[in-house]
Design a protein around this ligand. Structure first.
Ligand code: F7E
Length: 329
């Protein structure tokens, strides 16, 4: 039986990846941080097969202990402080977790030996945020990185450290440069989920309006459930490598709003949405769109869920959730 250790198990990717690996017959371990973490119960309830271990990406010895306990064949490093806006307010913490945390995990994997002598394959969750002020359109594996946030800078560090451990120690370490990926499990601080939750509440008369930042930002949005499959495929290759994972389609926040509001029968959302300077960022990533030709050709990976389907899935989920809450009183 194959064993996998996932950091960032409480995020949407950790949850979808756990489900994928459990369905493939893996024994799945998830690293969870902090004392009395309220998400402990959420994971036990939603993904009962996962075995939770406590540890922290900033604490190398806790990572070594997690490797000893799980004896994994595959390590998926999804843990990070992942909210870009927050990274300006907490640049040091973001650097420690999102950047140096990768080095800690790589170092732990290098130092650890599985009792049965098996090797560990490593996946690093890199990000399209590394392209920042884009130097090429669409962005691919060879595009020059120009991060625009402390989060992006930390991800660049993790990305190059992963490549460096592959080249220095011959480690099977791959980096997935994932463009924005969303789902009903996305945290409410991210723009897509903020919109789907607000649209559901507005349509039910539970909220009056929605305040956002830069409506002209454009992103390449895919479905998180599709993207975790690419992570797994990367670790099944003979050679470790880096891959851009994206849909190749770019849409604006305005388009997201169009589809989301239309789903609840609202054609003109302009009176309901306002722009609040508090949600603008000190440096914005205006537009991102990826070229995943390498992933298509080498991994045989392609996204299945399209943009409209993704937006509707999120709105439908949040509508049902609000209706359940209302019926409970
Ligand atoms: O912002 C604009 C905002 O926070 C998207 C993370 O998973 O993907 C994600 O990072 C865009 C930005 O995601 C609001 O200025 C406007 O241009 O949903 P987001 P992100 O920053 O692209 C990458 C690939 C990651 O790796 C990250 O971990 O939307 N925007 N108004 C807003 N954004 C937010 N959050 N809230 C607003 O009210």
């Amino acid at each position: 039986m194959k064993r996998a250790l996932i950091t960032g198990i409480t995020g949407q990717d950790g949850m979808y990846l756990s489900e994928l690996l459990l369905a493939k017959g893996y024994e799945v371990y998830g690293l969870i941080r902090g004392q009395n973490n309220p998400k402990f119960e959420m994971i036990e309830r939603e993904i009962p097969g996962v075995r939770l271990l406590t540890g922290d990406l900033t604490d190398l010895s806790s990572l070594l202990r997690a490797l000893t306990a799980s004896q994994p064949h595959e390590v998926y490093n999804l843990g990070a402080i992942s909210f870009v806006a927050y990274s300006w307010e907490n640049a040091h913490t973001t650097t420690d977790v999102t950047g140096k945390g990768v080095l800690n995990m790589l170092e732990a994997v290098r130092l650890h030996r599985n009792a049965d002598g098996s090797d560990i394959r490593f996946y690093q969750a890199s990000s399209s945020e590394m392209f920042g002020k884009v130097q090429e359109v669409p962005q691919r594996e060879t595009t020059l990185l120009w991060p625009r946030s402390p989060y992006g800078v930390a991800k660049v560090f993790g990305h190059y450290m992963t490549i460096n451990y592959r080249e220095s120690y011959g480690m099977h370490a791959s980096s997935g440069v994932l463009f924005n990926h969303e789902s009903p499990r996305r945290g409410p601080e991210f723009v897509t989920r903020k919109i789907s939750m607000a649209v559901a509440r507005i349509s039910l008369g539970l909220q009056d309006d929605l305040q956002l930042g830069n409506l002209d930002a454009k992103r390449d949005w895919g479905f998180a459930g599709d993207y975790v499959e690419a992570m797994w495929l990367m670790l099944q290759q003979d050679q470790a490598d880096d891959y851009v994972i994206s849909t190749g389609e770019m849409h604006s926040i305005r388009e997201f709003l169009d589809i989301a509001f239309k789903r609840v029968g609202i054609d003109d959302w302009a009176p309901l949405v306002s722009q609040n300077p508090a949600f603008f960022r000190p440096a914005e990533v205006e537009s991102l769109v990826g070229d995943s030709t390498k992933a298509h050709e080498t991994l045989g990976w392609k996204p299945k869920v399209g943009f409209t389907e993704l937006v509707e899935m999120m709105v439908d989920h949040d509508l049902a959730r609000e209706q359940r809450r209302a019926s409970r009183g």
